[in-house]
Design a protein around this ligand. Sequence first.
Ligand code: FES
Ligand code: FES
Length: 158
Amino acid sequence: MNDTLEVRITVNDSPIVLEVPLTETLLTSLRDRLQLTGAKRGCNQGVCGACTVMVDGMAVRACLSLTANCEGQSVLTIEGAGADPAIAALQDAFIEAAALQCGFCTPGQLIAARALLAQNSRPSIEDVQQGMSGNLCRCTGYNRIIDAVRKAAQRLHP
Ligand code: FES
Ligand code: FES
């Protein structure tokens, strides 16, 4: 039985073809095959959000996504998000609000916040709490992250 599959995906605007085991997660493909280590392997079981990337514009947990299911899809990781004005605004706001300490959760937080702002350009505190509830941070206590997301939203949509 052939247990690998050829998968055509676009990663950070570059079309690529990967030959992957059917059970390989998107997180493993990104980190271990493509050396895109911005998405972090935290819990590796869908709980912490550190592995969050965007797939076709939606925030997904790369540790729970199979690369084999991503055929034809477009993946955005933090490494490819540099030209995105919303990510740039979020990064600035995170720094200004001191919304990071160790930084382990930050790529996932930024991608999750980007996805949230795409759905809701001026989120309330409760909207951010709800929209980012799947992204855990062991350091900041969350209030600074919420402040940063709302500050970025304000700048992007004054
Ligand atoms: S590493 Fe994917 S949710 Fe924790
Ligand atoms: S900044 Fe350390 S886990 Fe969030």
